[in-house]
Design a protein around this ligand. Structure first.
Ligand code: SF4
Ligand code: SF4
Length: 502
């Protein structure tokens, strides 16, 4: 038999002296790494993706998942992954797929940016004792606000506010469709969004009826496949998003294979069971900003003028595209940076196309300000937000809010193994296998996600307090409060940020 030359990355090991033969590792591994011989557990490490489910559920800590010490001889040009992918392609003739975001070591500019802090002349604020406003509105902002005195003598808002989404903090959950993730994973997002006063996004897979109790915390998405789209769907949430592109796979469409389309997914997407769900690369009715404008206004008409978001992948001319989107009437521009996650993408696309969110955000904010249309729409930054600090830096670079995707999945157990496209996720997240999805209890994991958002809110308040501002709105686009460390003049110029020390 031909033995694959693609070395396994990981070695699953069991200490047979500790092992009590409970077989939980066999039940827990979605990738069938373990098998029962009748006497002990047999291991096929070539299937292990290091999702660590078995490690966490082994009651006697008998399992270790090690990096394979046997490596190809690497050099600066030929890394382990280069060699392994090439060997696989030589064996299969196929295009390697990946889940999650780019794994190549491009610089992450958030890690080279530092925020300011108050010292002597302007006081910092103690967020534990003084009010600190994190409330954020997504949508068009009026250039001025007028108030008038009512008959009862109290002041009232005179300006009619445009349609907008109210968030308790500048966070939303990234779009993730039913089909790409399990219904229980969507429920975790919906429950946490409701509890936290923010919104989740259905992605392109339709709106499952189990999400109805959370409809005030849901944004629905219209993508090129138009899965599940009808007037009821458009009105199912608080806003509608038109997906033009995705950071992890700019310029290409989506493909959910038929084996990931069981009855519930098929019903929700309004397609036959077991058929491939293909989202074409382009929206076949959008070939210009004018076409986009027509769709935006068709959706507004159909929904009684709910806010419309347009999601794009960040590419070289993102600033001009964002300007066109705002002029087409969008209320929100959702920028998805190239580090953004996905359920499945060709690795070559995921790792080599697009631009980072930091550059894109600064360029878009600049352009919209120069054109005097910055308040015509909100900007959401996505694709690489790992912490409250990243969120604060993104807001200082020009975002109104940030989208949280991979970080939210991590609260459900995800270890970013990147094998979502196989449909075998041991944690029950990116799978439709009933025995795996049943593991993800929406109550338990919903609370973990609420905890994460609560922690990030506290951290963001601490950051704002240190900066001496009492509302997150005051930080938006405030690049003077950022300094770059080790960044060259060109990058600093694009970001509109001074070097540390100036
Ligand atoms: S794939 Fe996950 S559950 Fe299976 S052996 Fe590897 S770490 Fe354990
Ligand atoms: S969702 Fe599951 S398969 Fe995807 S990266 Fe996370 S643990 Fe791996």
């Amino acid at each position: 038999m031909f033995k694959s030359q693609a070395l396994p990355e990981f070695l699953a090991t069991i200490d047979n002296d500790k092992c009590i033969r409970c077989k939980r590792c066999i039940q827990n591994c979605g990738w069938s790494v373990y098998e029962w011989s009748g006497e002990r557990v047999l291991i096929d490490s070539s299937k292990c993706v290091k999702c660590l489910r078995c490690y966490h559920y082994c009651p006697v800590e008998a399992i270790q998942i090690l990096d394979n010490p046997t490596k190809y001889k690497e050099n600066s040009s030929w890394t382990f992954n280069n060699i392994k992918n090439l060997k696989r392609q030589a064996e299969t003739g196929g295009m390697p797929l990946s889940g999650m975001g780019c794994s190549l070591p491009y610089p992450i500019l958030f890690d080279s940016l530092l925020l300011d802090a108050c010292q002597v002349t302007n006081p910092s604020i103690d967020p534990l004792r003084e009010p600190m406003e994190l409330r954020t509105y997504l949508g068009k902002k009026p250039n001025k606000v007028e108030v008038e005195r009512g008959k009862d003598g109290k002041l009232k808002l005179k300006t009619k506010m445009p349609p907008r989404i109210e968030l308790s903090a500048p966070f939303i959950f990234s779009p993730m469709s039913f089909g790409a993730i399990s219904l229980n994973a969507q429920k975790v997002l919906a429950m946490a969004a409701k509890e936290c006063g923010i919104v989740m996004n259905t992605g392109e897979g339709g709106f499952h009826e189990d999400l109805k109790p959370y409809s005030k915390s849901v944004m629905v998405q219209v993508a090129s496949g138009r899965f599940g789209v009808n007037p009821e769907y458009l009105n199912a949430g608080v806003a509608v998003e038109i997906k033009i592109g995705q950071g992890a796979k700019p310029g290409i469409g989506g493909h959910l294979p038929g084996e990931k389309i069981p009855l519930q997914v098929a019903k929700t997407r309004m397609i036959p069971v077991g058929t491939d769900a293909i989202s074409p690369a382009p929206q076949h009715d959008i070939y210009s900003i004018e076409d986009l404008r027509q769709l935006i206004y068709a959706i507004k008409e159909a929904t009684g003028y709910k806010p419309v978001s347009v999601k794009i992948a960040t590419v070289h001319n993102v600033a001009a595209i964002a300007s066109g989107i705002v002029r087409a009437g969008a209320d929100i521009v959702y920028l998805d940076g190239f580090r953004g996650g996905t359920g499945a993408a060709p690795s070559v696309i995921r790792d080599n196309l697009g631009i980072p969110i930091e550059h894109a955000l600064a360029a878009v904010d600049d352009r919209l300000r120069q054109e005097g249309i910055r308040n015509e729409a909100s900007v959401v930054a996505a694709g690489g937000i790992r912490s409250a600090a990243d969120a604060a830096k993104a807001i200082a670079l020009g975002a109104d809010a940030v989208a949280i995707g991979t970080a939210a999945l991590m609260t459900m157990g995800c270890t970013v193994c990147g094998k979502c496209y196989t449909g075998n996720c041991s944690w029950g997240i990116t799978t439709q296998r009933p025995e795996l999805t049943a593991r993800l209890d929406p109550e338990v994991y919903g609370q973990r996600l609420v905890n994460l958002i609560t922690a990030w809110k506290h951290e963001l308040q601490e950051i704002l307090g240190a900066l001496g501002v009492n509302a997150v709105e005051s930080l938006r686009g405030s690049r003077e409060r950022l300094r770059g460390v080790g960044l060259d003049d060109n990058i600093l110029d694009i970001l509109g940020v001074k070097p540390a020390g100036r």
